[in-house]
Design a binder for this molecule. Structure first.
Ligand code: AMP
Ligand code: ZN
Length: 158
């Protein structure tokens, strides 16, 4: 499998060709501070092996070990950053609609301040006209009815 993609900025950080403030690393993942932090703690947890998105990572034979290492890194970094007790947000922007800008799989660990309950400011998303979200009048923080999604195949109700 290909180890490093030359024009990939995160492969180059992992290879030590571009500087970054590394806060944790092991054989499988490297974690460094985001260059444009959105909160007091903003760390990117990046598998060393290059895949473009979490969907591509999911197709590799190493996905189980990689995600176990990612979760271990989350735990270690949350403790070392002092945000384990108060909490944080852990997200993977994926693809165009997910707002992914760097196509080397990575996870954001964001915290150190209250982030609020909403993922995005109310009204900041334009849903397709036939989507239930478009039927909800936008009145600040009014609760939005949850959208009921069908179960994925293979998930049984216990
Ligand atoms: P995403 O939008 O999920 O693809 O996130 C990419 C993140 O990488 C953004 O939050 C950027 O601020 C961050 N970023 C871009 N270049 C660098 C860099 N050289 N070092 C650290 N973080 C970076
Ligand atoms: Zn890469």
């Amino acid at each position: 499998m290909e180890e490093k993609v030359h024009d990939c900025i995160f492969c180059r950080i992992i290879a030590g060709e571009i500087p970054a403030e590394i806060v944790y690393e092991d054989d499988t993942v490297v974690a460094f501070r985001d260059l444009y932090p959105v909160a007091p703690t903003h760390v990117l947890i990046v598998p060393r092996f290059h895949t473009e998105t979490i969907l591509d990572l999911a197709k590799t034979e190493d996905v189980d070990d990689t995600m176990a290492r990612v979760m271990f890194a989350v735990s270690r970094i949350a403790k070392s950053e002092g945000i384990a007790e108060n909490g944080f947000r852990f997200i993977a922007n994926t693809g165009r609609d997910g707002g992914q800008t760097i196509f080397h799989t990575h996870f954001h660990l964001i915290g150190g301040a209250p982030l609020g309950e909403a993922l995005l400011p109310p009204g900041s998303i334009k849903a397709p006209d036939d989507h239930p979200l478009s039927q909800v009048p936008s009145k600040g923080n009014d609760p939005v009815k949850p959208i009921v999604l069908p179960d994925p195949p293979g998930i049984a109700h216990l």
